[in-house]
Design a binder for this molecule. Structure first.
Ligand code: NAD
Length: 506
C-alpha cells in the first residue's frame, strides 16, 4: 500500500528516496509510527549541496522579487489547485509518516489550499500607508518590499501545513523559501515541496521553493546562522526556539518563533457542558495529544468538577475502543511519533502519580506493534499541586484542577511559561469578558477562545503565542508583514528644501 502511494506521488523513483528503507551514511530512515517499521530512506544534504541551494536561492530571489505581486499570486493559486488534486494522497502520506488519522492528514492539506487562497487575495494588496507630513508639499509613504530568501524550519507534527503557511505568504511577498523539515517527516516535505516547485517552474519561475534536509548539527545550525537568510521562521519545541533565537540574534537577523504550548480550558460554573465536554475530549485526545494547541490542562469550577470528570471519563471510554491504525475507518486516536515519545508519556504519568495525582482513566502504553498509548486524565488532588503539568508532554495527558473564582482560574491558567492557546466555556458575559479583558488582565495567550476548544485554528486569524511560545505570528491577519521589509519615504514636491522639526541649517 505504502509503495503504491509513494509511486502515485512520484516518490518511489525520486533520486533522494530509497523505498527499501536502506539507511547508511548520509541517509535518514523515516518510520511508520503505527508499526515502528521503515517506510523509506531519504538522502540528506551535506555542506556542499547546502551551499548550492543557498547560492541558488540568493540568485533566484534577485529575479523573483521583480515579478509583480499579482503574478506571484497566480503561481500560488496554481499550487493550491495542484494540492487540491492530490489532497487524498498527500493526506494519506501525512497519516503514514506521522500517524495522524486520515481525516486530520487531509485536513492538513486543506490548510495548504486555504492559505493559498488567502495569499492569492493578499497578492493584490500588501498595502502600504501614507502619512501627513509637517512640511508643506511633502508626503510620507510607507511601502513593503520583498525581504530575501526565507528559512522555514518545521516540526514533525504539522509536516506540511506549517511550511505552506510560511511559503504561500513568502511567495506572494516576493521571497524564495528554503525549507528545512523535520527528519521525522521527510517524505511529506519532498512531496509537498516537489509539487510547489514543479508548478512554479512550469510557470517560468524555477528555484522559488527549495528544500534542505539534514542533521540539526550540520544543516539546521548552518541555515540558522546564515547571513544570507534575513528571516528564520522556526516551529518546534521551546528548547529549539531558545537556541535558534540566540543564534539569529547574534547576527541581528529576524526570527519568527512558533514554539511549545501548555494550553488550558476553563469551565465556568454556568458552562454548557454539551459544548465543553466534546471540545475538551477533541482538544486533549485529537492527534494523540501531539498538536501544539492540544488541551493539556483543565480548570473546572469546584461545584461541577465531579460531574465534568464523570462526563469526560465516559467520553474517553468511547475513544479507548478507537485507538489504532490511523488509516483505518473509525480510528480516532493514532500512535505517538516514536518510541521516545512513548517513554516521555510513561515518565509523565508516573511523575503525576508520585506528585499525588489520581489517574481517572488511561495511563498505560498500549501493548501492540507501534507507538500507541492510552489517552489519560489525571486529577490533581492535594491542593491543586501537580508540578508536572507545567511541562509540555507531547502526548494525550489531560491534567484536571478546580477553582472557586474566575480570577483564580485565569491566574492558574496563566501560571506557566508557555502562552499559546486557551479557552473558556461560559454563557456569562462578565466571565467571558474577564477572560478577554481589554486591559490584558485576562488570558495571556496568543489565542483565547470562548465556547470553542484550544485546537483547530482557521487560517484567517494570526496564529501564534506569547512568552516561551515565542511571540511569532503566522498565517492570517497581517502576519505577511514579517516576510517583507518596510521602507519609509519622504517625497518633497515643494521645490524647496525644508528640514523637519523646523531646523535651520544655513
Ligand atoms: P523539535 O524542536 O524537536 O524540532 C522542530 C524542528 O527544529 C525540526 O525541524 C528540527 O530538526 C529543528 N531543529 C532542532 N534543533 C535545531 C537547531 N539547533 N538548529 C536548527 N534546527 C533545529 O520539535 P518537534 O518534536 O518536531 O515538534 C514538537 C514541538 O513543536 C512541540 O513543542 C510543539 O508544541 C511545537 N510546535 C509548535 C507549533 C506552534 O505553532 N507554536 C506548531 C507545531 C509544533
Amino acid at each position: 500500500m505504502a509503495t503504491d502511494l509513494l509511486k502515485r506521488l512520484g516518490l518511489a523513483d525520486h533520486p533522494r528516496v530509497r523505498i527499501d528503507g536502506a539507511g547508511g551514511d548520509g541517509w535518514a530512515v523515516t518510520e511508520n509510527p503505527a508499526t515502528g517499521k521503515a517506510l523509506a530512506a531519504v538522502k540528506l544534504d551535506d555542506t556542499a549541496s547546502y551551499e548550492r541551494e543557498l547560492a541558488g536561492a540568493v540568485e533566484t530571489f534577485k529575479r523573483f522579487r521583480s515579478v509583480p505581486a499579482p503574478v506571484r499570486g497566480q503561481i500560488v493559486r496554481a499550487i493550491g489547485e495542484e494540492f487540491r488534486t492530490h489532497k487524498k494522497d498527500l493526506g494519506e502520506l501525512v497519516a503514514l509518516e506521522v500517524g495522524k488519522i486520515r481525516a486530520e492528514g487531509e485536513g492538513e492539506i486543506q490548510e495548504i489550499i486555504d492559505i493559498a487562497e488567502f495569499a492569492v487575495g493578499l497578492s493584490r494588496q500588501l498595502p502600504g500607508q501614507i502619512f501627513p507630513s509637517e512640511r508643506a508639499k511633502h508626503r510620507i509613504l510607507e511601502q513593503w518590499l520583498p525581504l530575501g530568501p526565507i528559512g522555514v524550519i518545521s516540526a514533525f507534527n504539522f509536516p506540511a501545513a506549517v511550511w505552506a503557511w510560511n511559503a504561500a505568504l513568502a511567495t506572494v511577498c516576493g521571497d524564495v523559501t528554503i525549507w528545512k523539515p523535520s527528519l521525522l517527516a521527510p517524505l511529506t516535505a519532498l512531496a509537498c515541496n516537489g509539487i510547489a516547485e514543479r508548478v512554479s517552474t512550469s510557470m517560468g519561475h524555477p528555484g522559488v521553493f527549495r528544500l534542505v534536509m539534514g542533521l540539526d548539527s550540520v544543516i539546521g545550525e548552518r541555515l540558522v546562522a546564515d547571513r544570507r537568510v534575513p528571516l528564520i521562521s522556526a516551529t518546534g519545541s521551546c528548547r529549539m526556539g531558545k537556541r535558534v533565537g540566540q543564534v539569529v540574534a547574534d547576527r541581528v537577523g529576524r526570527c519568527l518563533l512558533e514554539l511549545g504550548g501548555n494550553n488550558a480550558v476553563i469551565v465556568a460554573e454556568d458552562a454548557d457542558l454539551k459544548l465543553a465536554v466534546p471540545a475538551i475530549v477533541f482538544g486533549a485526545v485529537g492527534t494523540a495529544g501531539q498538536r501544539c494547541t492540544s488541551t493539556r490542562r483543565l480548570f473546572v469550577h469546584e461545584k461541577i468538577a465531579d460531574d465534568v470528570c464523570r462526563r469526560l471519563v465516559d467520553g474517553y471510554k468511547q475513544v479507548m475502543g478507537k485507538i489504532g491504525d490511523p488509516l483505518s475507518a473509525g480510528t480516532l486516536v493514532g500512535p505517538l511519533i516514536n518510541a521516545a515519545s512513548v517513554e516521555g508519556y510513561k515518565r509523565a504519568v508516573d511523575e503525576a502519580k508520585k506528585q499525588g495525582g489520581t489517574v481517572l482513566i488511561g495511563g498505560e502504553a498500549v501493548v501492540r506493534e507501534g507507538n500507541y498509548v492510552q489517552p489519560t486524565i489525571v486529577r490533581a488532588t492535594a491542593g491543586n499541586k501537580l508540578p508536572i503539568a507545567r511541562e509540555e508532554t507531547f502526548a494525550p495527558i489531560l491534567y484536571v484542577f478546580t477553582f472557586k473564582t474566575i480570577e483564580e482560574a485565569i491566574e492558574l491558567q496563566n501560571g506557566v511559561e508557555q502562552g499559546l492557546s486557551s479557552a473558556i466555556f461560559t454563557n456569562n458575559l462578565l466571565t467571558s469578558e474577564a477572560f478577554l479583558a481589554a486591559d490584558g488582565s485576562g488570558s495571556d495567550c496568543g489565542i483565547a477562545n470562548v465556547n470553542a476548544g484550544t485546537s483547530g485554528a482557521e487560517i484567517g486569524g494570526a496564529f501564534g503565542g506569547e512568552k516561551e511560545t515565542g511571540g511569532g505570528r503566522e498565517s492570517g491577519s497581517d502576519s505577511w508583514k514579517v516576510y517583507m521589509r518596510r521602507q519609509t519615504s519622504v517625497v518633497n514636491y515643494s521645490g524647496k528644501l525644508e528640514l523637519a522639526q523646523g531646523i535651520k541649517f544655513e
